[in-house]
Ligand binder design. Structure first.
Ligand SMILES: Nc1ncnc2c1ncn2[C@@H]1O[C@H](COP(=O)(O)OP(=O)(O)OP(=O)(O)O)[C@@H](O)[C@H]1O
Ligand SMILES: [Mg+2]
Length: 424
């Protein structure tokens, strides 16, 4: 994420005004003092950029620069330096260190600043007498450096902790939001499928009766016309065979529309998956498909309807194989997972086919959506219904050109609070 461009804030301007205030105070003719104050102003301006560009080294550099400038200022404003009334300038490096570092490092930097200030004692001792009141004065000054460092540091550390906490909360909130959106999309899909199922079941049922009459009539006609003209017999034959085709379609459709009743029993998950993989592989007549399995150890038993689950996996594996007609790799993984505070098993079926374009990722679960010449488009809507029956979820992932990855989640328990325990 790019850092927002920092414009000059009014606080920076006020800081400069205070520095200017120092500049007009005596010693006014001291050219070096004015230069040093200017340098302080510059350092303050570039500090933010310095730290955002070099987050590791920047804070140390800012403190060192300010410490060096403080030394120069004290040296140029006191006779001797230790007596300079500008000694509080050392608060700048001390406070800067307290803002950017943890308590220990802040104390160390303050120790460094105090040592740098006290180093002016050495030349002063050659000319002046060092008595008890001077010692008290110096000790007071240095102790105030530490007090200021500790106070500011406490506030800064707490501030950083709060910021990190808010960031973490914001990330959690964003993730929950994403999960909610996904759950809403899945719920909408289930509702849509249920409504479509009801509507089409009624329609298919109504079509089936007249189809029976048409079929019976066509057969009687064929028998009657056997001795009659050949063209009429052929046409009656067409009616009969086409009615058979439509009838088969209606039957399959009714299978889809009929409410499923999953009879869920606690059982191991992997054998069902392996069985489906084998069933599809045995019947497969396309290019070579390599199956790569990665199952987490000791997956727990979960409540499943064996027949329905196998049907769901067969549909998905068939689709994957059909997507890799000339051959490819199917990665199958199963692992414990947690979704919306429910524990369960997540299965991923990832192929190396062309993948599903983003704009079709929801549509493919609709009945009769197919891009295949001989497809009916019921496979995935049946899978989706089976997952609904298991209170599970399904979605498709995969970047364009990366192959499709179907992600299925089977909850371990109806009761959301129960935790998964490994199988003994
Ligand atoms: N693994 C996959 N890779 C790429 N596209 C896929 C994959 N699985 C499904 N699709 C897309 O989703 C569509 C719908 O799949 P679905 O299984 O519902 O129907 P179908 O396979 O076309 O027909 P059938 O009813 O015979 O299964 C497919 O036509 C295909 O476009
Ligand atoms: Mg299919």
């Amino acid at each position: 994420m790019s850092q927002p461009r920092r414009t000059v804030s009014w606080l920076d301007v006020v800081f400069l005004l205070f520095l200017a205030g120092l500049a007009v105070l005596p010693p006014r003719g001291e050219f070096h003092k004015q230069l040093i104050l200017l340098a302080f102003g510059l350092v303050q301006f570039v500090e933010h950029q310095l730290i955002s560009r070099y987050p590791r080294l920047g804070p140390s550099l800012a403190v060192v620069l300010k410490m060096g400038l403080s030394m120069l200022l004290v040296a140029h404003t006191g006779e001797p330096g230790i007596n300079s009334s500008y000694y509080p300038i050392y608060y700048l490096p001390v406070v800067t260190a307290a803002i950017y570092f943890g308590p220990r490092a802040a104390l160390l930097w303050t120790l460094g600043a105090s040592a740098s200030y006290l180093s002016f004692l050495y030349p002063a001792l050659k000319e002046y007498e060092f008595n008890a009141s001077s010692a008290t004065e110096l000790a007071t000054r240095v102790l105030f450096f530490f007090i200021a460092a500790l106070l500011v540091n406490r506030f800064a550390v707490e501030n950083r902790r709060q910021t990190a906490l808010y960031q973490q909360l914001a990330e959690q909130l964003a993730e929950t939001n994403r999960q909610l959106e996904r759950a809403q999309a899945e719920a909408r899909r289930s509702e849509r499928l249920a409504a479509l199922g009801q509507l089409s079941a009624g329609l298919a049922h109504e079509i089936r009766n007249p189809l029976g009459v048409i079929k019976g009539s066509a057969e009687m006609l064929t028998q009657k016309l056997k001795t009659g003209d050949a063209l009429s017999a052929e046409l009656a034959g067409y009616i009969s065979s086409e009615v058979n085709r439509v009838s088969a379609l209606v039957t399959r459709f009714l299978d889809f529309a009929r409410p499923l009743h999953a009879d869920r029993k606690l059982q191991p998950f992997v054998p069902i998956l392996d069985h489906a993989l084998k069933a599809v592989a045995d019947a497969w007549q396309g290019g070579p498909i390599i199956v790569e399995r990665s199952y987490e150890d000791a997956l727990p038993d979960i409540p499943l309807d064996e027949g329905l689950c196998e049907q769901a996996f067969v549909n998905l594996i068939q689709n994957a194989n059909q997507a890799m007609e000339k051959g490819g790799t199917l990665h199958v993984s199963a692992a414990r997972a947690q979704k919306n505070s429910r524990t369960g098993i997540e299965v991923r079926l990832r192929d190396t086919g062309p993948g599903v374009p983003p704009d079709q990722r929801e549509q493919i679960f609709n009945p009769f959506f197919t891009t295949k010449q001989s497809g009916v488009g019921l496979g995935l809507s049946i899978v989706s219904k089976i997952l609904d029956e298991h209170r599970g979820t399904i979605r498709v992932e995969g970047a364009p050109g990366e192959g499709a990855c179907f992600v299925l989640f089977f909850p371990a328990e109806n009761n959301a609070s129960k935790e998964l325990a490994p199988r003994p």
